[in-house]
Design a protein around this ligand. Structure first.
Ligand SMILES: [Zn+2]
Ligand SMILES: [Zn+2]
Length: 276
C-alpha cells in the first residue's frame, strides 16, 4: 500500500493524541504543519469564530495540506458549552476532518463527551478564591484570567499553579479592573480531559480510514447518516424522530448500505399521537 502523507494543522499540541489514534494505520504518516490556527477563532474570544466547527476544521486541514504541499490535511476543532440534549450539563463536541489538497475528498468524524473540565467564575473579592483549585482542577488543567479595564480586556492564559492564579487575581482586583473572572483554559495542550476526547474522535476517524468501500475500494467507508421512522408499540403510528437504520456510505462513489438498528418499535411515551 502506498504511503499517505498527512499534514496535521495544529498550534496546540494535538499531534500526540492524533498520532496515537493513527498507530493502527501504518501506511498513514502524520507530520505537524505549524500554521496559525488561531485565525480561525480562539476559545478566549480575541478572534471570533465565523465558521461552523466542521467548516473550520476543513479549512484548517486544507491550509495545513497547502502549507506542507502534502496530498492530505487533517485538523480538529472543539466546541465546549451546554450539551445539545441536556443544557445544564457541559459538553465537549470534537470534530476532526481529513481532506485531500484539492478539497474533493472530505471525511469528518465527531465525538460528543461530558467528560470535560470547563468552568467559569466571577471574582469580586478575595473571598471568591475559595475552591478555585478544585473548580478548575489545578494544576492538572489550566485557567485563564480575564480583567476588564477602560483601555480594554487583559487576558492571561495557561495558569496551572494556584499560587500564581491567586496572586494574579489579587493584582487585578487591586488595579481597578471593572470586572475580573476566571475561565478554564480549553486549549488542547492545557486540558487533559479535552485531549482524551480528541483522541477518541481521532480513533473514529482512523477506524474510518481503515475501512474501504465494498464497491470501489476507496478508504473512508462509514456512517453517513440515518434513516428515520419506527412504529409506536401502542398505536403503530410512525415516530419520525427515531432512527431505524444506519446508512453506510462512500466518500467517492454513490454506493450505500443500510444497517438495520435494534429498535423495532418505540415506547408510546416517545410517540407524537400517544404522548403529544
Ligand atoms: Zn403511539
Ligand atoms: Zn465507493
Amino acid at each position: 500500500m502506498s504511503l499517505k502523507r498527512v499534514a496535521v494543522a495544529t498550534k496546540h499540541g494535538k499531534l500526540a493524541q492524533i498520532a496515537r489514534a493513527f498507530e493502527a494505520l501504518p501506511n498513514w504518516e502524520l507530520q505537524l504543519a505549524e500554521i496559525d490556527t488561531d485565525v480561525f477563532g480562539t476559545f478566549s474570544g480575541e478572534t471570533k469564530r465565523t465558521l461552523s466547527p466542521k467548516d473550520a476544521a476543513i479549512q484548517k486541514a486544507l491550509a495545513g495540506a497547502q502549507h506542507l504541499g502534502f496530498e492530505y490535511g487533517l485538523a480538529s476543532e472543539g466546541t465546549i458549552g451546554p450539551d445539545p440534549n441536556f443544557p445544564l450539563v457541559v459538553s465537549d463536541l470534537e470534530v476532526i476532518a481529513l481532506v485531500n489538497a484539492s478539497g474533493h475528498l472530505v471525511i469528518v468524524e465527531t465525538h460528543l463527551s461530558n467528560e470535560i473540565v470547563a468552568a467559569s467564575k466571577k471574582i469580586k473579592s478575595e473571598s471568591d478564591f475559595e475552591g478555585l483549585a478544585q473548580l478548575f482542577d489545578l494544576p492538572r488543567h489550566a485557567a485563564m484570567v480575564f480583567a476588564r479595564f477602560d483601555h480594554g480586556l487583559e487576558i492571561v492564559k495557561g495558569i496551572h499553579s494556584l499560587a500564581e492564579l491567586e496572586s494574579l487575581l489579587l493584582s487585578r482586583l487591586a488595579s481597578g479592573a471593572s470586572e475580573v473572572w476566571v475561565e478554564s483554559d480549553l486549549r488542547a495542550m492545557h486540558s487533559p480531559s479535552r485531549q482524551r476526547n480528541i483522541e477518541a474522535c481521532a480513533k473514529k476517524l482512523a477506524a474510518r480510514l481503515g475501512s474501504h468501500c465494498p464497491n470501489c475500494d476507496q478508504f473512508g467507508w462509514g456512517v453517513i447518516g440515518y434513516e428515520y421512522g419506527v412504529p409506536c408499540s401502542g398505536c403503530f403510528e410512525i415516530a419520525n424522530s427515531v432512527p431505524r437504520a444506519k446508512q453506510l456510505g462512500c466518500v467517492s462513489c454513490d454506493y450505500v448500505e443500510l444497517l438495520e438498528l435494534e429498535t423495532r418499535s418505540v415506547d408510546p411515551s416517545r410517540c407524537q399521537l400517544c404522548n403529544p
